[in-house]
Design a protein around this ligand. Structure first.
Ligand SMILES: [Zn+2]
Length: 431
């Protein structure tokens, strides 16, 4: 297929969908009679027009990770904040990759951000490497403010797919350059300072720190922090500076790479970010809230995925707890801003994590894949174990929960590209 045809199909799709919906309405209404249209019109009038989207990714978060966190943090009859969202469904996640069955974060986030399946490693380019229109840039074009918040590098695959296009996810300095020069998100908060500065310029976080001597500035695009400041961003690198930052464009880099050290238990594993995800989420919301035409905020907890790669159950639960706090912040915002769609999901499952009984006869595995636990169940004297199948990703469906306008669309089972189709109705539409 030629690029022209591909592009035409891409942009024609929402129009075709709208036309199809109109046809369905016309066909159905006469058979049901006039009374059938009245409640629909009334409920349409009551629902607030969608203006903002908060999209939260628990990277690597499948149903079992949510269950383990629910038992540990909320108890047997308890509910996580992310499970209190009124609409729930499932998403399939496989990429369009000649060599892979199981997705990586890049292909999965490209599906969300562009509505197109692509190969693992691709950041919002199609299977032939052509750049795709992203929700982040479309939201900007529609007059909305945009932001991304993550405990990974701000240029890591999941946020990158919403705000940049590259054939290879590892080109993180190029992704940073595109943020500052092309997509210009209003709020950028997370880790990954190493990609914003050239080798030999350590920045606020020293090169080769004791906790990971492989971390050092390695950008090839010049001093992108300086360029960001020239472009009007306030740059911060500590909790105190973040707290004091006034409104306006905001760049916060709080670690050389991820905002934690992902390792197996007792081998230097650390989850103690300079600023918690919930604090960053809160600051991002108060900043973006000033946009009259609304905003798009992408929030990501990366620790769920990274610690599952290390089969580290305790740190996965710790990351889930911070993610929960961030969902609670987002829910509180939605409670007072009913024009906001909130969606919580994961890009794929990691670890083949299973929640198990304590059972000495059951295989535990060896090395890092040995069972972890016992973990206490809140409000009970019972406990559970976490067992692992792999240190990679798996192909199981991921749960999605949602609240606010259009949230009911997330019932049922869909491909992950469906996230794009719903979000684009709010974000890629000029009002
Ligand atoms: Zn991963």
């Amino acid at each position: 297929m030629s690029e022209g045809v591909r592009r035409a199909r891409r942009f024609a799709a929402p129009v075709a969908a709208a036309a199809a919906a109109a046809v369905v309405t016309m066909v159905i209404n006469p058979t049901l009679g006039a009374s059938a249209t009245a409640p629909q019109a009334a409920s349409k009038g009551k629902a607030p027009a969608a203006k903002n989207v908060i999209f939260i990714n628990g990277d690597g978060m499948g149903a079992a990770a949510r269950q383990a966190a629910r038992l540990h943090l909320a108890g047997m009859n308890g509910q996580l904040a992310m499970d209190k969202l009124p609409y729930s469904g499932q998403l399939t996640t496989e990429p369009d990759d000649p060599k892979a069955v199981v997705t990586d974060s890049a292909a999965a986030a490209t599906a969300w951000a562009t509505g197109e399946k692509t190969y693992n490693g691709a950041i919002s380019v199609d299977v032939d490497g052509n750049p795709l229109a992203t929700l982040g840039q479309q939201a900007k074009a529609a007059g909305k403010a945009t932001g991304l918040v993550t405990t990974a590098q701000v240029t890591d695959a999941s946020p990158a797919a919403f705000f940049s296009s590259t054939a290879n996810r590892s080109a993180q300095d190029e992704i940073a350059r595109q943020y500052i020069e092309v997509s210009k998100p209003d709020v950028i908060l997370g880790g990954g300072e190493d990609w914003w500065l050239p080798a030999g310029t350590p920045g606020a976080f020293q090169d080769k720190p004791a906790e990971d001597t492989s971390e050092a500035s390695k950008g090839t695009k010049g001093d992108l922090i300086k360029k960001a400041e020239k472009a009007g961003y306030t740059y911060v690198s500590s909790a105190d500076e973040l707290n004091r930052a006034k409104s306006g464009k905001l760049l916060g880099l709080f670690a050389n790479e991820e905002m934690f050290q992902q390792r197996p238990e007792g081998q230097g594993d650390v989850y103690n970010p300079v600023v918690g995800l919930s604090t960053m989420t809160s600051k991002a919301l108060s900043t973006l809230d000033k946009s009259k035409k609304g905003f798009f905020l992408m929030v990501e907890e990366e620790g769920v995925d990274e610690f599952a790669h290390s089969n580290n159950g305790a740190r996965v639960l710790q990351s889930m707890q911070e993610l929960e706090k961030s969902v609670a912040v987002a829910r509180a915002y939605v409670a007072t801003h009913p024009d906001t769609l909130l969606v919580v999901t994961g890009d794929h499952e990691t670890g083949g994590l299973a929640v198990e009984e304590a059972d000495a006869a059951d295989e535990s595995g060896d090395g890092i894949s040995a069972e972890d636990g016992p973990f206490a169940i809140r409000g009970s004297d019972k406990s559970f174990y976490i067992d692992w199948t792999t240190s990679g990703h798996t192909a199981v469906d991921v749960p999605v929960t949602a609240a606010g306008p259009l949230a009911d669309r997330f019932t049922g089972k869909h491909a992950n590209t469906y996230v794009h189709d719903v979000l684009s109705e709010i974000l890629a539409t000029r009002r």
